[in-house]
Design a protein around this ligand. Sequence first.
Ligand code: CA
Length: 227
Amino acid sequence: MAEKRILIVEDEPAIAEVLEYNLAKEGYEVSIDYRGDTALEAIRQNPPDLVILDLMLPGLDGLELTRFLKRDARTSQIPLLMLTAKSEEVDRIVGLELGADDYITKPFSPREVVLRVKAVLRRGTGTEEQQELLEIGDIRLDVAGHRLFLSEDEIPLTATEFRLLRILLERRNRVQTRESLLTDVWRYSEDVDSRTVDTHIRRLRRKLGPEAERIETVVGVGYRLRG
Ligand code: CA
């Protein structure tokens, strides 16, 4: 199997090199670009399997780069992992809404980055693949039959709870903003409030029993199902 190619877009050489070293050690083929605009050209010419990008970049910042990549069918499917500072919460949310897959807050441990990269690559492009059965731990969601099983027990779900759980399972290990859940689960009727998401998550957690802890709250952003 060919090595997965990862492009790191980061203008601080020390950070870029630590990432490069640790990812190369895992067997990935890694390259670095120190500017947003040259990175965009490089990605268009030879799309990598995953891009790790900083938000503050010369040439083109991380959010602009994300916007360009997601707008272009040739590059829109490439998974993006953002590197963000704690203070960049608003940009982080915008980035996730633009379609970035996940983010890592600086300072980070290289080990954490490697785990996130593996999780994102394992998921591939996600929702396009139609899976009949979504399984994780004791959770078994029969998509075709619209049924949830916990171990051997069938748990009744409403149609909305079912859609919510299905999306969280399909996009496991990736943060879902409240806004993206509203769009994808509720199809955004205007009278739906983002607290609706929280209410449904609460109900879903109650139904999931011990497996409920897989659904993590990402403060100020949304939810992530660990798998
Ligand atoms: Ca930077």
